[in-house]
Structure formats: structure tokens, C-alpha cells
Write a protein that binds this ligand. Structure first.
Ligand code: ATP
Ligand code: MG
Length: 522
């Protein structure tokens, strides 16, 4: 892989990249950065967590003139949380150059955004709906835009943003540089590309398998009623640093979160019915590690980049293979390893095979962990905590009592009792979750995308032949500093002042669930 020095970037951009902990470029970056620096239009496809943001962010930031006081670049993303996250990454890349960038998304006070726009940002990162609001209010002008990026373009089209995107792109001068990133290349993306890109280079790092190779995948066959117990045991055994548990509906997420909390796990839920503030808070706590388990609907499936997510659990099997790929792609990012488990009820096995076929990856079966294994897992964690305290601190004030106890009692019995106390007994709370209907095999949802395309083979690329045992450049993946948990996790909801009125929230969270039952999902 190329180092970033080899691209001939400005020193200030290079410095920013170094500070971000990036040394070598990822495959998609290696291919797209030189082309983008030449000003070539391009279509990029690559696996989850392989650095697509910097693939367009680096050339974008590199070419912007810091003395510019007009909007010269526009990045469009499907969801608010992605707009915030991408803005954050671009902000970091442009830090030393002094580039001004601004996220613009629904759910945030529009007056506040208008005030921020007065500071003359050069790059706007926005969701299509809110961007159009500003364009109509004449608070955003696209006449001087020279570069446009469409991130997660297929998702934007799935969410019904085609018209909005076309209106927006129609307002940008034709003589511009356009980059489009998409997980899949359905016909409507081709159409969009034909319409708005000029002689684009198609850059895709085609992998043998669709999902990132650093993710160890397994499924566990469980009955609906065993799922919660299975989840608790898995958490006890593996003690994930950060885990995301995906549930199918909002009700499921609420019930599961409450159940986990009752059993003493540090978990919070995330779905589209929460207020912007609640979502912000949950994401902040998850990013800074205040909570260990994020229970979420597919709202968190795509694009979201939280470093340190070691485990993903599909508590409910996802409807679509692409949803599966994006969900598990929340772990195993940036050269780190991750684990993804999927619970499958006996009636859903066929659907699992369908997912395996489409993703071209066999998912091995794993037995339901036993109670004994779970207990052992918990004890190990307690033992590690004890050893950790012993290594770090002097326990002088406890030593007197320790000596006294050891004189009177058997040392093994003593320590066993202490372990028992510290491990804590599982709170015997009855947990009852409302069962979800099984996902029916190969039953395609109503063709909401109007594309008639096949799902198979729709994915792009990734790390090439990187293995589970290597990080970037052969080192372990841990060299990247943990993301600061401040304002990256911004979820928001509700388009105040949106032109759609209250009822039609186009910028709302992702909704990959069957539309027939839309209200319950996401
Ligand atoms: N060259 C690099 N070296 C090390 N880390 C990198 C590099 N490029 C990107 N990263 C980090 O990798 C993580 C994933 O990047 P990013 O979110 O851009 O992935 P993505 O390809 O857009 O994934 P998704 O398909 O899920 O949207 C981020 O934390 C990012 O900072
Ligand atoms: Mg991305």
C-alpha cells in the first residue's frame, strides 16, 4: 500500500493525516486519491470500514483554497448522523489548512445553521432535504461549487432522495468535479452517474467475499424465547468492549434495552422515535464507553464509525443481505478485528442461507453457550479486574484485614468467596420479550426501489486480501487512537422548518425494513 507521502499532498494535509493516525492508504484510497487529485470524476465502491470518507475527503481538502469565502464543495449523505460524522472527518483533515466545513442536516435548528453559514464555510456536508430547504431560503447558494461528493449514493436513492439530488445537482455548475460512492451499483445509480458525472472512472476493489475479512462471523440457532438468555451468556463470556445489538423493531429495541438494564448490563437503545437530544446522548455515551452495549434498529447500520466496537449481534436476523453486511460492518473497521453473531430461529435458516449466498460467505454455526461457560466468562472478567487492581495500586489499607482473614480461613475458600461477591449474582428478574415474527425465506419485500435489480453481486470491494491477523501494514489494528467522543455521534430527528411540514420527514433515519409495516421499524 502507498503511504500518504506518495500522493504529493500539501504538507498541512499530510500533517493532519499523520495526526489522525493514518500511515498507509487503504486500497480504495490508493486508487481514488490520485484520480481525484487530477480532477477525474469517479465512482467508488469498497467494503465497510475501509476508509471511503478519507478517499474523497483527502483530495477534497487538499484542493480547496483556504482564502475562498464561498461554498466551493458539497458533500451529500443520506442521514444526519453520517453528515455529522463525515463533517467531523473532513474537519480533521482540513484542520491545519484552516478549511471551514459545516454539516447541514434536518432536526437541527435552522436559525443556528443560518448563523453558521454566515461564517462562510467552503465545504458543506448535508442531507438532501435540509440542503434544499436552505437553497429555497437562499441561505445556501451553489453557484460557485466546484466539487460534489455523493456518499452512500445507493442509500440516498433508497430513501427516496432521487428528486432532491437531481434538483440540487441541477443547481451546481456543470463544469465541476463529481465523485460518487456507493455500496452497490443498481441501475438507478448508473442513471444518476450517467446524468451527472463526466466520463467517470469506476474504482472498485472487488473482494472475493462481500463483507470485510476482519470480521469473524457465526450464527447461533435459537428459539425466539432463548434469544435473550443467549445474548446474556454471550456478553458474559466475551465481555465485549463495545457491542451493537441489532433488533428488528423499535419495540424490540426498547424491550431489549430494558431487559439488559434489569439484568445489570450497561446498555441503551437507539431508534428513530427518540428525540434528537436522546439520540445524541446515547451516541455520546456509547462513543466514550459510558455504556457498553448499544441496542439499535437499522438506524445504526450504515456508515456509522465508532472505533472500539468489538462485537455486533444480530438479535433478529436482518431482512436483506445488504443490511446484514452493513450491520456487521460496524465492527472490524480500520484494520481491527471484530466478531459478529447472528441469532437465527429454526424457521429462518433458509433466509440465513440466502444471505450466505448473496454475500458469498459461509457463516459457520456456533453452539448456544452454556450457563457454565457464561459463569466462567464472568469469573474471568472479575479475576482480571482483581489482577488489574493488584498491578496498579497498593492496597495497604486492605492488607491488615487480608492477613487476619488468611490466618483464620483457607485461602482458596476466601478468594472464592470474594470472587463470588465481586462477580455478582445474576439478578433473577423475569424477562419477557414480545416475540417477533420470523423472517420469511427469500421473500423479497415489495419492490420499493423500482429497479428490479438482483441483489446478488451488488457489493463493492474492500481490503483486498488482508487477513484477520494483520492490521494496516501488518501491524495490529490498535494503533489508531480512540475517537474522541464529543460531537461525532449526533443523531437528530425532525425537520424543523422543513418544507415538508411535520408529516413527511424525509431526512429521517434509515429505514431498511419492509415498508408495509413502516411505523414499527427503525
Ligand atoms: N488510511 C487509513 N489508515 C488508518 N485508518 C483509516 C484510514 N483511512 C480511514 N481510516 C479510519 O477507518 C475508519 C473507517 O473509515 P470510514 O468510516 O471512512 O469507512 P467507510 O469505508 O466509509 O465505511 P462504511 O462503508 O461503513 O461507510 C475510520 O475510523 C477512519 O478514520
Ligand atoms: Mg462511509
Amino acid at each position: 500500500m502507498k503511504t500518504f507521502q506518495e500522493f504529493g499532498l500539501e504538507p498541512k494535509v499530510l500533517r493532519a493525516i499523520t495526526e489522525m493516525g493514518f500511515e498507509e492508504s487503504t486500497p480504495i484510497q490508493e486508487k481514488t486519491i490520485p484520480l481525484a487529485l487530477e480532477g477525474r470524476d469517479l465512482i467508488g465502491q469498497a467494503q465497510t470500514g475501509t476508509g471511503k470518507t478519507a478517499a474523497f475527503g483527502v483530495p477534497l481538502v487538499n484542493k480547496i483554497d483556504v482564502n475562498e469565502d464561498r461554498i466551493v464543495a458539497l458533500v451529500m449523505c443520506p442521514t444526519r448522523e453520517l453528515a455529522i460524522q463525515v463533517a467531523e472527518e473532513i474537519g480533521k483533515l482540513g484542520r491545519f489548512k484552516g478549511i471551514r466545513s459545516l454539516p447541514i442536516y434536518g432536526g437541527q435548528d435552522i436559525v443556528k445553521q443560518i448563523r453558521a453559514l454566515k461564517k462562510k464555510p467552503q465545504i458543506i456536508i448535508g442531507t438532501p432535504g435540509r440542503l434544499l430547504d436552505h437553497i429555497n431560503r437562499k441561505t445556501i447558494k451553489l453557484d460557485d461549487v466546484q466539487t460534489v461528493v455523493l456518499d452512500e449514493a445507493d442509500e440516498m436513492l433508497d430513501m427516496g432522495f432521487m428528486d432532491d439530488i437531481q434538483s440540487i445537482l441541477g443547481l451546481v455548475p456543470q463544469n465541476r468535479h463529481t465523485m460518487l460512492f456507493s455500496a452497490t451499483m443498481p441501475p438507478n445509480i448508473q442513471k444518476l452517474a450517467n446524468q451527472f458525472l463526466t466520463n467517470p472512472e469506476h474504482v472498485s476493489v472487488i473482494p472475493k467475499q462481500v463483507s470485510a475479512p476482519l470480521i469473524e462471523q457465526a450464527y447461533i440457532e435459537v428459539h425466539e424465547k432463548q434469544k435473550f438468555e443467549a445474548l446474556s451468556r454471550l456478553i458474559d463470556i466475551e465481555a465485549p468492549e463495545l457491542a451493537i445489538v441489532f433488533g428488528r423493531t423499535k419495540r424490540r429495541v426498547d424491550e431489549l434495552t430494558e431487559a439488559l438494564q434489569k439484568r445489570g448490563y450497561s446498555a441503551e437503545g437507539l431508534h428513530g422515535d427518540l428525540s434528537q437530544n436522546q439520540r445524541d446522548n446515547v451516541m455520546r455515551k456509547f462513543r466514550d464507553g459510558t455504556i457498553d452495549v448499544l441496542v439499535a434498529t437499522d438506524v445504526a447500520a450504515r456508515g456509522l464509525d465508532v472505533s472500539g466496537v468489538t462485537h455486533v449481534v444480530n438479535f433478529d436476523l436482518p431482512q436483506d443481505p445488504e443490511s446484514y453486511v452493513h450491520r456487521i460492518g460496524r465492527t472490524g473497521r480500520a484494520g481491527k478485528e471484530g466478531t459478529a453473531w447472528t441469532f437465527v430461529t429454526p424457521r429462518e435458516i433458509d433466509h440465513l442461507h440466502f444471505i450466505e449466498k448473496v454475500t458469498r460467505h459461509r457463516i459457520p454455526k456456533k453452539p448456544l453457550p452454556s450457563l457454565a461457560e457464561a459463569l466462567e466468562g464472568k469469573q474471568k472478567v472479575t479475576a482480571e479486574r482483581i489482577i488489574d487492581v493488584m498491578d496498579k495500586e497498593m492496597q495497604n489499607e486492605f492488607k491488615g484485614m487480608a492477613i487476619q482473614l488468611l490466618e483464620q480461613y483457607d485461602s482458596v475458600n476466601l478468594l472464592a468467596a470474594a470472587l463470588k461477591l465481586l462477580t455478582g449474582e445474576k439478578k433473577e428478574v423475569e424477562i419477557e420479550l414480545t416475540p417477533e415474527d420470523p423472517i420469511r425465506a427469500k421473500k423479497r419485500r415489495p419492490d420499493i426501489r423500482n429497479s428490479g435489480r438482483k441483489v446478488e453481486g451488488r457489493y463493492g470491494s474492500g481490503w483486498g486480501d488482508r487477513r484477520r491477523d494483520g492490521g494496516y501494514g501488518g501491524r495490529g489494528g490498535d494503533r489508531y487512537p480512540r475517537r474522541d467522543g464529543d460531537n461525532r455521534g449526533g443523531y437528530s430527528r425532525g425537520r424543523d422548518g422543513g418544507r415538508d411540514g411535520g408529516g413527511r420527514d424525509r431526512d429521517r433515519d434509515r429505514d431498511r425494513a419492509p415498508r408495509s409495516n413502516e411505523e414499527t421499524f427503525v
